[in-house]
Design a binder for this molecule. Sequence first.
Ligand SMILES: NC(=O)c1ccc[n+]([C@@H]2O[C@H](COP(=O)([O-])OP(=O)(O)OC[C@H]3O[C@@H](n4cnc5c(N)ncnc54)[C@H](OP(=O)(O)O)[C@@H]3O)[C@@H](O)[C@H]2O)c1
Length: 331
Amino acid sequence: MSRRVTLAARPVGFPQNSDFALDEVEIEAPGPGEVLVDVLWTSVDPYQRGRMNEARSYAAPLQIGDVITALGIGEVVESNDSRFSPGELVVGQLGWQEYAVARAGTLRPVPSGLDPPTLALHAVGMTGFTAYFGLLDVGRPRPGDTVVVSAAAGAVGQIVGQLAKLAGCRAVGIAGGPEKTRDLTEVYGYDSAIDYKSDDVTAALDGEHVDVYFDNCGGAISQAVYRRLNLGARIVVCGQIAQYNAERPEPTFQPGLLIVFRARMEGFLVSDYASRFDEAARRLAHWVANGDLRWREDVTDGLANAPRAFIGMLNGENRGKALVKVARSRS
Ligand SMILES: NC(=O)c1ccc[n+]([C@@H]2O[C@H](COP(=O)([O-])OP(=O)(O)OC[C@H]3O[C@@H](n4cnc5c(N)ncnc54)[C@H](OP(=O)(O)O)[C@@H]3O)[C@@H](O)[C@H]2O)c1
């Protein structure tokens, strides 16, 4: 049997435990071109919140009763495709469940030697790729630039600051609380850190000339950063987490600022860069292995606790990449 977490109700505003249900179903047999995967780790990510709404976005919404969409790592149990063999570790959209049947073409092998393999869910996976393409392709940093990052201590933000440093920039991170802001300067190499929960962000940015703003949150924090843009600034719209649970999101940007600062504002989706994931994985894995990229994971134990981990992540309780360990008897 396979336990799974499904959508029991569409969240109104902030999600609650009662929006999710845990049930158990027979393990499916894989069809032609499909692979049966024993899920060991599953991921908790902000985009999952959007899938729970009825409105169509860049991906179709979940229906009530559907397994919650999630990236995961698992071990191949049975394969009807020549690309995968039993025992191999794979990463893909496996969902919040113990066993998943996936089309082989949607899976990627976890690179052998990646230690720990969970890196394929963050620094050398989706959130690392987001940081890599968002900063380097969309933000186009130049040596000496000042790069400001919001939600800087999270899965994407922790990598953006370090890539900015590797590109010869000054990195300023904004995060909530003293532990996270300490991580920004002591673990992730940010030059300075702002605690938006206790500091006045506008005052803390006084004297900064922001060349690249990597925006993970939107809302009041972003409004404070827009006041400090430099001429020719690039605003990378990666995420708007401050708005995801708002029943009526507030507009926070005045397009006239783009004229004042001759600035460029651009949104992007990491999936648009799928044809270059191998390039990003190779470079990120190299930087992790030689110590240039540091990372933190925040692990919750047990599939049944995935909703709690998800709600906690939206509340900022995760210190590093939020993950759930599904494996019953193995690590
Ligand atoms: N465009 C893409 O393709 C793409 C891909 C992946 C992720 N993203 C986006 O990137 C952003 C970060 O994702 P992640 O996976 O790295 O998550 P994360 O940062 O690890 O976790 C979310 C963090 O958001 C912060 N947060 C929550 N509510 C906030 C608010 N009202 N104001 C400011 N910060 C708030 C919290 O940190 P604090 O404690 O610091 O508040 C929380 O820990 C999200 O907006 C996500 O949607 C975009």
